[in-house]
Design a protein around this ligand. Structure first.
Ligand code: SF4
Length: 349
């Protein structure tokens, strides 16, 4: 039987020349899941190693943030969040456990749901603003709406992170990378131009969509540039990503947020890698509105999420992987999130 277009594409990737030691990082958690679901890692030439990066928002959020959210919930505040965050362990507890103990903690599908809860119930309501450039515009839009409607009992606990500064930090710490498979959704907001610093570091990048064809063709473009010593950022997702990104989303973001130094799990504090509310919206920052006291927690040394997020190890190198730490009993965020590498390795093999 004749092969399909996808079958032929897969054959081409299998046979693609690549020098020993070629190391590609897929930055985005959705790519991590798609690659493993389609089995694309098995199509790569033996000389190519594909590693995951810090592109899972739940995974890069440090323990301290969960501790802050728990401290808020214990004060009687209604804490709302995307569902994944509820299972992420903090230093001493998790939001899910606190909810079982009686705190008002609710999973919502969007920040708008959180605003509705604040409006309808009148209680102090905090939304856990976690995510990358993809999620941040919707949160910014809700902050604007809360301001316009005068909903004074709604606030945000912010831990929004930016992808380009994380890539810069990774390049500074890992000189063996051969190129980046760049995130499609984030790039739809920030645009191809946001990665213009890569060629100066002699690294190629390809913005990829999420179908098997998108990912395989993007990997081949990356390998071709690596082989030829071409350092460019290519947009292989032009049906969604523009050079300058989405001007509406960027304008909403710029109205509400400004950049600030931020701490990432595994990567530490990085300059200008996070978003904080501008002074006009600062009253909506939960850290200002409430006294949040959190004792520093001990680092969970056994969990190697930090090394997984920097692409230093594959999840099975963690001694707890799929033994003490499993999707039904996660010990670290990379096993909690559906976009976490550890979860993807267990789910798809
Ligand atoms: S397997 Fe669990 S404990 Fe190990 S790195 Fe992954 S999330 Fe952390």
């Amino acid at each position: 039987m004749a092969k399909t277009g996808l079958g032929r594409l897969a054959d081409r990737l299998r046979a693609f020349p690549a020098p020993p030691g070629t190391k590609i990082m897929e930055v985005c958690g959705s790519h991590t899941v798609a690659i493993r679901r389609f089995g694309i890692q098995h199509l790569l030439p033996a000389t190519v190693k594909l590693v995951s990066g810090p592109g899972c928002p739940v995974c890069v959020t440090p323990d301290h943030f969960i501790d802050e959210a728990i401290a808020l919930a214990r004060q009687g505040v209604t804490v709302t969040s995307f569902g994944d965050m509820l299972r992420v362990p903090g230093s001493r507890s998790a939001l899910e456990k606190e909810r079982a103990a009686g705190c008002d903690i609710r999973a919502v599908y969007s920040p708008l749901d959180a605003l509705r809860i604040a409006e309808q119930e009148g209680k102090e309501t905090v939304f856990l603003a976690v995510g990358f450039e993809t999620t941040a515009p919707a949160i910014a839009a809700v902050a604007i709406r809360a301001g316009e409607k005068g909903i004074a009992n709604f606030s945000l606990l912010t831990a929004l992170r930016l992808v380009p500064p994380a890539l810069k930090a990774l390049m500074a710490s890992d000189t063996e990378l051969s190129g980046f498979l760049l995130p499609g959704h984030v790039s739809a907001v920030i645009g191809r131009q946001a990665y213009d610093f890569l060629p100066g570091q002699r690294l190629p990048g390809v913005i990829a969509g999420f179908s098997a064809e998108d990912i395989i063709s993007s990997l081949m473009l990356l390998l071709e540039m690596h082989n030829k010593g071409i350092y460019k950022v290519m947009n292989n997702y032009p049906r969604v990503v523009r050079d300058a990104g989405n001007p509406t989303s960027r304008a909403v973001l710029a109205e509400v947020f400004t950049t600030a130094d931020a701490a990432w799990r595994g990567l530490g504090s990085m300059p200008q890698s996070g978003l904080e509310l501008r002074p006009a919206y600062a009253a909506m920052e939960a850290r200002r509105r409430f006294a949040i006291r959190v004792r520093p927690g001990a680092a969970r040394k056994a969990c190697r999420c930090g090394d997984v997020l920097r692409g230093l190890i594959d999840p099975p190198a963690c001694p707890l992987f799929n033994k003490a730490c499993r999707p039904d009993q996660p010990l670290g965020p990379c096993m909690v999130s559906s976009e976490g590498s550890c979860s993807a390795w267990v789910t798809y093999g």
